[in-house]
Design a binder for this molecule. Structure first.
Ligand code: AMP
Length: 114
């Protein structure tokens, strides 16, 4: 989608600090990091949010989670721990309507989130 900022990152129309890529997903540093490690993991195919996924997207959703685990290990977070977040819709604070999983780590995370 031309007007989607994350599609534009996938297409290399705008730059990003990419940390991992395969045929289905891309992982890059969040431009406004909320933790020492803050990576976004996205599907290359445009999906707005989890609620827009269909049964046929199950494998992709699993792959996104596995990619979060891989990226976290790459960033040496496997032992210390980390948080995976996906905001969905207005109340969650979602601002970019291309499905993404935040991988946050490198500091203690409070609960409940704000
Ligand atoms: P959310 O609020 O869950 O929709 O998260 C969107 C995230 O995308 C925010 O954490 C932003 O800082 C991040 N973001 C927006 N534009 C870019 C960009 N061009 N490169 C990297 N991260 C971005």
């Amino acid at each position: 989608m031309d007007n989607c900022i994350f599609c534009r990152i996938v297409n290399r129309a705008i730059p990003a600090k990419i940390v991992h890529e395969d045929d289905r997903v891309l992982a890059f540093e969040d431009v406004n990091a909320q933790a020492p490690v803050h990576i976004l993991v996205i599907p290359k195919r445009h999906l707005a949010a989890v609620q827009n996924c269909q049964d046929g997207d199950q494998a992709l959703l699993g792959h996104l989670l596995m990619t979060c685990s891989k990226v976290a290990a790459m960033k040496n977070l496997a032992e210390s721990g980390y948080r995976i977040v996906t905001n969905t819709g207005a109340d969650s604070g979602q601002t970019v309507f291309h499905l993404h999983l935040h991988v946050l780590g490198g500091r203690h995370m409070a609960w409940p989130p704000g």
